[in-house]
Design a protein around this ligand. Structure first.
Ligand code: GDP
Length: 205
């Protein structure tokens, strides 16, 4: 898919106030500093559309971007950020869970994890919650440029095996990416495009 246009639409913390257009939507979420803003900018081929974090935990809202005038990309807050006060943390967790449970346009979500790290408790808990609530998602491994190819393969295999052992019979679909090297861009955009095409076919008037 070619990115012809990408623009910011709105930020808010109430799922009922999100844009009402019934077009496909894809959400991106992960721990603070996982490389989410960099990945979104890389995907959209824009330098600074999603703000890269000076201070993690900054994007504590549901941020809608409209792409090619026919789908939404949603940038969600980084979870698990220690400096967010307990009160704020509860607030964003609730509005995030509301978003996932209520947002009808949401066709697939992407949970970002740093390819260098072993599965973290908060990511596992989040993915488990997504599974229990039957919310489809893929895993995006970020920062692959930081590892040698054989270590990438080993880490991905280990990560997915832990998911299979602990949570599911089958591991979710995954993508290996690097924002600094634009790795994984084509695959991700093609994946989104395929879902969009099925959506528009099914919903053709
Ligand atoms: P966010 O908090 O999840 O939005 O993370 P950012 O996109 O702001 O990235 C956090 C840090 O990781 C920044 O210092 C980025 O430069 C760095 N980073 C993000 N993606 C990559 C990547 O693909 N490769 C490398 N080497 N560094 C990255």
């Amino acid at each position: 898919m070619k990115i012809k246009s990408a623009h910011f639409v709105m930020s808010n913390s109430d799922v009922t106030k999100c844009p009402s257009e019934p077009i496909p939507e894809y959400a991106f979420i992960g721990r603070s500093n996982v490389g989410k803003s960099s990945l979104i900018n890389m995907l959209l081929d824009r330098k600074n559309l999603a703000k890269t974090s000076g201070r993690p935990g900054k994007t504590q809202l549901i941020n809608h971007f409209k792409i090619n005038e026919n789908w939404f990309l949603v940038d969600l807050p980084g979870y698990g950020y220690a400096r967010v006060s307990k009160k704020d943390k509860n607030t964003f967790q609730k509005y995030i869970t509301n978003y996932f449970q209520q947002r009808k346009q949401l066709l697939c979500s992407f949970v970002l994890v740093d390819i260098r790290h072993e599965p973290q408790k908060i990511d596992m808990e989040f993915m488990q919650w997504m599974g229990e609530n039957q919310i489809p998602f893929c895993i995006i491994f970020t920062k692959a440029d930081k590892l040698k190819p054989n270590v990438i393969t080993k880490n991905v295999e280990t990560y997915l095996q832990i998911l299979v052992d602990d949570i599911w019979e089958e591991a979710p679909q995954h993508f290996v990416t690097s924002s600094s090297k634009s790795l994984g861009r084509e695959n991700l955009l093609e994946f989104i495009q395929n879902i969009n095409q099925s959506f528009f076919k099914e919903n053709a008037v």
